[in-house]
Design a protein around this ligand. Sequence first.
Ligand SMILES: *[C@@H]1O[C@H](CO)[C@@H](O)[C@H](O)[C@H]1NC(C)=O
Ligand SMILES: [Cu+2]
Length: 320
Amino acid sequence: MKYISLFVSLATLSAKVSAHYTLPQLIVNGAASSTWQYVRQTNNWQDLNPVTDVSSSDVRCYTSLQSGTSSTMSVKAGSTVGFTVSGNPSSLYHQGVVNVYMAKAPSGTDVSKWDGSGNVWFKIYEISAKTDGGNTITFPAENITQVNFPVPAQVPSGQYLIRIEHIALHVASTFAGAQFYIGCAQVEVTNGGTGTPSPLVAFPGAYTGNEPGILINIYWPIPTSYIQPGPAIWPASGSGGGSNPPTSSSTTRASSTSTISTTSKASSTTKASSTTSGGGSTGGTVAQYGQCGGSGYTGPTTCVSGTTCTVLNAFYSQCI
Ligand SMILES: *[C@@H]1O[C@H](CO)[C@@H](O)[C@H](O)[C@H]1NC(C)=O
Ligand SMILES: [Cu+2]
């Protein structure tokens, strides 16, 4: 009896000290795969620690100490896939936001032999924060045990990496305080469309760490708005005149059980304060929501017409 209670209190203590996690299982057709079957095993598979240096190559797939490859799963364009959370507890326990990116392996290159380098990543999904002008900030991804999202129907067929990141923001008020929990799955998209994904970003490269959605004190003063890090989602909702991807995805919040696909909390994840267009810069003009200034920034500073370069912090000005 003594033994058991000692064990329990130690377990409780360690859960508090290192409430970290991994994203080791791909969910396809509602079923979770084995751990690290289709998701490349990450460096933190045992210690569960996050990446905090956004300039490190590990911000891409977090596999620098691992073999870096896994098996490749077939998924239909337009279908819903997901990642499970594994940890202590097995949920996105920290307050933060989620982004999901895809990158197509160059033709002729097997995705299992590809590292995902270059300007190849486009964002397909996000779970942002919700704000109401300064009274509250809430994180719809908080405590969810899996992240489900559609593979856009417009994605061309072929082999891809799907990269999920959860950016935990509980200690993000100093530079490199934000914690990145990352996983990359290998998939073969079938029944694909004819879209041209954009904008394309690189990892590392997509973030400087000074973005107002990464370098942020979420507690005080309560942020009046939240700007989701990264480019706009592709395809932009309502664009193209073609078929739009499903806009609703289900998430599963942590509950007393950790089984997959029970107690699903449907959330329509409308992007309250997120970007739906622009995000990058073309030529000498910065698109809406792109960076246009800040300490250390050397890129273009002219905002596309209709937007104004606005200082958000000493390191980041944005066209809004
Ligand atoms: C998440 O879980 C923690 C710990 O159980 C709890 O304190 C918190 O209120 C939960 N948050 C949400 C949004 O469910
Ligand atoms: Cu943690």
